[in-house]
Design a protein around this ligand. Sequence first.
Ligand code: SF4
Length: 98
Amino acid sequence: MATVSRLPGPVADLWQWQLDGSCRRENPDVFFHPEGERGPARRSRDSAAKAVCLGCPVLQNCRDHALHVREPYGVWGAMTEYERDATYIPSPVLPAAS
Ligand code: SF4
């Protein structure tokens, strides 16, 4: 689940880029894997989604958003959830307060 506290407020300008996304003309199923999809089928679908993203005029906005809110599923900004996960710096483990 996305970290809701990281989402920006309801300011239209912050979301305007989404109206220009190339994926708006595509089947959303290309960007989100079905339950249990693995292996070549998953790689093929992810590649198809990334190909759309690479021609998208708002790729950087989309990628920045997905990384900022830690979108947990799907291809955003030509990155899969696993590729995004690999970029996150783990939070330090703090000792419990006593
Ligand atoms: S970068 Fe990809 S997921 Fe993001 S808006 Fe563009 S086409 Fe859609």
